[in-house]
Design a protein around this ligand. Structure first.
Ligand code: 5GP
Length: 138
């Protein structure tokens, strides 16, 4: 399977469609998921192309995981979360829907189940959560 440069996250990286960004460095970008399955649900992607874990380089994986850890620590602080679930899917059969490598960072709260997938979040609520994450990152 080859990388499709017209996938939605490639368009977000190029600024062709809007996103609520919370962090970026030379190699990675973190932005809010528009269909959050928990309060503060965000995605971390490499800035360079690859479909998923199956074709990513060790360098892409290393830089993305570094940002996943940074954002996991930030959401714990921002939302006084009780834990963090990290999810990552590979190819359609593995549950992947957008074919640019991404890790889900889902803050978790004691006794609160993850919401079902596919429900659009409220833009203003997501924007306020993004501000909290940015503040926690300092
Ligand atoms: P996956 O490929 O890991 O199964 O799911 C893709 C994720 O991307 C879903 O959680 C979905 O809500 C999110 N997503 C899909 N389209 C967009 C978009 O245009 N913007 C943002 N921020 N997230 C998206």
């Amino acid at each position: 399977m080859s990388y499709d440069p017209e996938n939605i996250f490639a368009k977000i990286l190029r600024g062709e469609i809007p996103s609520t960004r919370v962090y970026e460095d030379d190699e990675t970008l973190a932005f809010m998921d528009i269909m959050p399955r928990s309060d503060g649900h965000l995605l971390v992607i490499p800035k360079t192309p690859c479909r998923n874990v199956l074709d990513a380089s060790p360098e892409q994986l290393a830089s993305v995981m570094k940002t996943v850890q940074k954002l996991s620590q930030a959401v714990m602080k921002a939302f006084e979360a009780d834990g963090v679930t990290i999810q990552q899917f590979n190819e359609a059969a593995g549950g992947q829907e957008v074919f640019h490598l991404h890790f889900h960072v889902l803050p978790r709260y004691e006794g609160v189940s993850m919401r079902p997938p596919g429900n659009m979040g409220d833009f203003e609520v997501i924007a306020a959560q993004a501000d909290k994450i940015k503040a926690a990152l300092g």
